[in-house]
Design a protein around this ligand. Structure first.
Ligand SMILES: [Fe+2]
Length: 401
């Protein structure tokens, strides 16, 4: 019994506030009390209320929330609620950090992390069991493609649980970036509609709009072997470069390449021979985009490191050998410039494909999604893992980025 001070903190994200009215109950170990308040939570605001409660509630265990609406269900993002009881300066914290939508009553337990106990009468144990039942309904598994990690059951982003979607700011940021990119592409298309591209320098016609110092550097040096080698450590996919301990078995050196073989043997002995093998792409059927068949290569690049530390390509094999085909052509820096450049472009294309497929899609999104869905299905909000501050970035990978 006595005076309770209740503080309600609303998220600062766009549309976090709500025009709907919110009701609150304090639930103690002895009894619960419905609070007489008119709360319409405002975005980014902390709102404080004092209540005189005649009964002794006992130690606070839960806060219950109910958002009511007449016509429009205006979702509310509640960060947390704190309650300061009578005769104490300490606040009891009830973390929320989620959207409230619809008519149900949301029960927030006191925020101390708790592991599962074996006392079935423990109110927190009951709460955990109910929460997990609900979560298993909300977060369901689906198989997107056989052989790939399982995903959450959702056909589009609107099917995702509300708390697994991007906040509005992030969504708008993505959409604007996409729109700006598409607009720039269309403008360039119109600009070059009546011009033909006959020389590599003609690419400069589309090099305007958003630029950076790095983009300028790449435009100046993109044909250089030095930048080509540099990108294996500093580009999108620095995961494939290996120092050779022997010559790769797929590298078939035909007669007439004795000089190359001798050079590679020397580099091998010096420990300055490197390889980048895209063999994982071998045999993957390429897509058809707008009726046009696309092509994938599975190249091998051999590089040497010169005394100043620069990585320089010495030979490129575009496809691995196959019993049904003649030995694959080897491309060398001494080839005609456009042939050598084309071989390097195929390698860059493969580098991008493998980076997107394996290191980006599989190793980040698909694996993280399994962890996120399993966490939400198997661990209740009171589990210590949910007290980790960086957890939201792990648990919200369910929209494509
Ligand atoms: Fe991504």
């Amino acid at each position: 019994m006595g005076r309770y001070r209740v503080r309600v903190v609303t998220g600062a994200w766009l549309f976090s506030g709500s025009l709907n009215q919110v009701r609150l109950w304090l639930v103690g170990a002895h009894r619960e009390a419905k609070l007489e308040l008119q709360l319409r939570p405002a975005r980014g605001k902390e709102e404080e209320f004092d209540f005189d409660i005649p009964e002794d509630l006992g130690p606070l265990q839960f806060v219950k929330l109910h958002k009511q609406h007449m016509v429009v269900d205006d979702a509310w993002f509640c960060n947390l609620i704190t309650v300061q009881g009578p005769l104490t300066s300490a606040e009891t914290v009830f973390p929320c950090y989620r959207w409230l939508q619809g008519e149900g009553v949301l029960c927030l337990p006191e925020g101390t992390a708790r592991l599962a106990g074996d006392n079935a009468l423990d109110v927190f144990q009951k709460y955990r069991e109910n929460e997990l039942k609900e979560r298993k309904q909300t977060y369901r598994w689906a198989t997107w493609k056989e052989g790939l990690p399982q995903t959450i059951a959702a056909d589009c982003k609107d099917d995702l649980p509300l708390n697994m979607r991007f906040h509005e700011e992030k969504r708008l940021d993505f959409e604007w970036t996409l729109k700006a990119g598409v607009l720039e592409m269309h403008l360039k298309r119109v600009y070059t509609l009546l011009r033909s591209w006959n020389r590599l320098e003609d690419f400069d016609q589309i090099f305007w709009g958003q630029k950076s110092a790095l983009a300028e550097k790449v435009r100046r040096c993109w044909q250089d072997d030095e930048l080509f080698g540099y990108q294996f450590l500093n580009g999108a996919n620095p995961m494939l470069l290996r120092r050779c301990t022997s010559l790769p078995s797929r590298l078939v050196l035909p007669p007439g390449t004795e000089e190359l073989q001798a050079q590679m043997d020397r580099e091998l002995q010096n420990g300055s021979l490197f390889e980048v093998d895209f063999i994982l792409l071998d045999g993957i059927p390429a897509n058809v985009i707008r009726g046009e068949q696309q092509y994938l290569a599975a190249p091998l690049v051999m590089l040497r490191m010169d005394p100043s530390g620069k990585l320089l390509p010495i030979v490129i094999q575009i496809q691995p050998p196959s019993p049904s085909s003649p030995a694959p052509t080897l491309f060398l820096p001494s080839d005609p410039p456009l042939a050598w450049l084309l071989a390097k472009i195929w390698v860059r294309s493969s580098d991008f494909q493998l980076q997107e497929l394996q290191f980006h899609l599989l190793n980040t999104h698909l694996v993280a999604e399994v962890i996120a869905v399993a966490t939400m299905r198997c661990l209740p909000g009171l589990h210590p893992i949910f007290k980790v501050q960086t957890l939201p970035s792990v648990l919200t990978p369910l929209e494509p980025k």
